[in-house]
Design a protein around this ligand. Structure first.
Ligand SMILES: [Zn+2]
Length: 183
C-alpha cells in the first residue's frame, strides 16, 4: 500500500516544527523506523538538529540535495516506516516531488512541514506541489504581533533582502491581514 503524505504549513512562528516534532515523538513511541531531513540552508541553530522556537529539538540529516541523500540512505520499507521533512520551502521543487512520490510508492509515510507563502504573500513552489500531492493537510496559525488575532501571514520587518533569507525574530513576525503588507 502506498504511504500517506501529510503536509503541515503556516506562517513563520506558527509552530510548524513543533507540530512536526509531535508526530516524530508519536512515531518513536510506536517504535517506528524514522528519518528526519532538513535542507542544509537552514543553519539557524544547528546543522544536525531540527529545533523549535521554544528550544525543543530532534536529530536530523542535513540534506544538500536528493542525490547525495539517496547515496547515504536506502529508502525501502525495511529500513524506514516514516520520513519527516522540515523547511520544505528550501528544498528544490522537482527532485523533492519525484523523491517524495518514490518514497510514498515504497509504502513509507511522509510528513512535511514548511512555509506555504513568503513575506510577499507568494506561494513557495515546493510547498505548493507537496500540498497538491498530500492526503492530509494541516494548516496552523500564529498570533498577530500587533493585535493578537489569528495570523496567516509572515511580515518582513526589514525591507529588502533575498526571498530565501532564513528568518529570525529580528527580521520576521506573524501578522494578520489587517496588519500585514507584502515586502
Ligand atoms: Zn493584526
Amino acid at each position: 500500500m502506498r504511504g500517506t503524505l501529510e503536509t503541515i504549513v503556516g506562517a513563520m512562528f506558527a509552530g510548524k516544527t513543533s507540530e512536526l516534532l509531535k508526530r516524530i515523538l508519536w512515531a518513536e513511541h510506536q517504535k517506528k523506523k524514522i528519518l528526519v531531513i532538513k535542507p542544509s540552508i537552514d543553519d539557524r541553530y544547528s546543522e544536525k538538529l531540527i529545533t523549535t522556537h521554544n528550544n525543543l529539538s530532534h536529530d536530523c540529516y542535513s540534506m544538500v540535495d536528493w542525490e547525495s541523500t539517496n547515496n547515504n540512505f536506502t529508502f525501502d520499507n525495511k529500513n524506514f516506516d516514516m520520513i519527516f521533512l522540515d523547511e520544505i520551502q528550501f528544498m528544490s521543487p522537482k527532485p523533492t516531488i519525484e523523491n517524495v512520490e518514490k518514497i510514498l510508492n515504497l509504502g513509507i509515510d511522509v510528513v512535511c512541514a514548511g512555509l506555504d507563502q513568503d513575506s510577499r504573500g507568494k506561494p513557495w513552489e515546493t510547498s505548493s506541489f507537496l500540498l497538491g500531492l498530500s492526503d492530509k493537510i494541516t494548516k496552523i496559525y500564529g498570533f498577530c504581533n500587533v493585535c493578537g488575532l489569528e495570523a496567516t501571514k509572515t511580515y518582513r520587518k526589514i525591507e529588502g533582502g533575498s526571498r530565501t533569507q532564513v528568518g529570525a525574530a529580528n527580521i520576521y513576525e506573524p501578522r494578520c491581514l489587517k496588519h500585514w503588507e507584502p515586502r
